[in-house]
Design a protein around this ligand. Structure first.
Ligand code: GTP
Ligand code: MG
Length: 199
């Protein structure tokens, strides 16, 4: 798939105010700073569509982007950001959970994991919650440019092994580097395939 058009639609704290739910939707989530907003910018070939930062906790709203006038990409706040108050964390948590549990047109949630890390409890717990609530998801490893090819293969193998300790099957796992623009075609082809299944 080629992205011909990508535009910002709206930012919300409440899923009820999100745009019409007649178009297929794909959202990006993961720990703060994992590279969600950067990946959206790379996929759409637009450096400033989603706001990025080297400091965690940048994205604080549910951000909708309309792609090819046909489907939505959604940039979500990260989880696991420690430097905020308990009250704020609870607000984020509720905002994200409400969105994920109620957004009927969410075809696939991409859970982003830093390629340098093995499966962390926070990601595993989150994915368990997704499975319990039947929210379809796939994994995208990010920042693959930060590890050597050998280490990437090893990390991926270790990650899958650890995941299979608690999971009976693995979700789809894709690889990406927003900076080197790698793995983008595979992600877009996957979205294109899912779009063709719903249409
Ligand atoms: P929050 O909105 O704060 O949750 O963060 P985020 O997950 O949206 O991360 P963001 O895209 O803002 O990127 C965080 C940092 O990681 C920035 O300094 C990016 O430049 C960097 N980064 C993102 N993607 C890549 C990548 O593919 N490679 C490298 N080397 N750095 C990346
Ligand atoms: Mg962000």
């Amino acid at each position: 798939m080629i992205i011909k058009q990508a535009s910002f639609v709206i930012s919300n704290t409440d899923y009820k105010k999100c745009p019409d739910d007649q178009k297929a939707e794909y959202a990006f989530i993961g720990r703060s700073n994992v590279g969600k907003s950067s990946l959206i910018n790379s996929l759409t070939n637009n450096k400033s569509l989603a706001k990025t930062s080297s400091k965690p906790g940048k994205t604080q709203l549910i951000n909708h982007f309309l792609i090819n006038n046909e489907w939505y990409m959604v940039d979500l706040p990260g989880y696991g950001y420690a430097k905020t108050s308990k009250t704020n964390r609870a607000i984020f948590h509720k905002m994200i959970n409400d969105y994920l549990l109620n957004r009927k047109n969410l075809i696939c949630l991409f859970v982003l994991i830093d390629s340098r890390h093995n499966l962390q409890a926070i990601d595993d717990d989150f994915m368990q919650w997704l499975a319990e609530n039947q929210i379809p998801f796939s994994i995208i490893f990010t920042k693959t440019d930060k590890v050597s090819k050998n280490n990437l293969a090893k990390n991926l193998k270790d990650f899958k092994k650890k995941m299979l300790e608690n999971w009976s099957e693995l979700p789809n796992i894709l690889l990406s580097s927003a900076h080197k623009k790698e793995g983008l075609k595979e992600i877009l082809n996957y979205i294109s395939f899912l779009n063709s299944e719903v249409n």
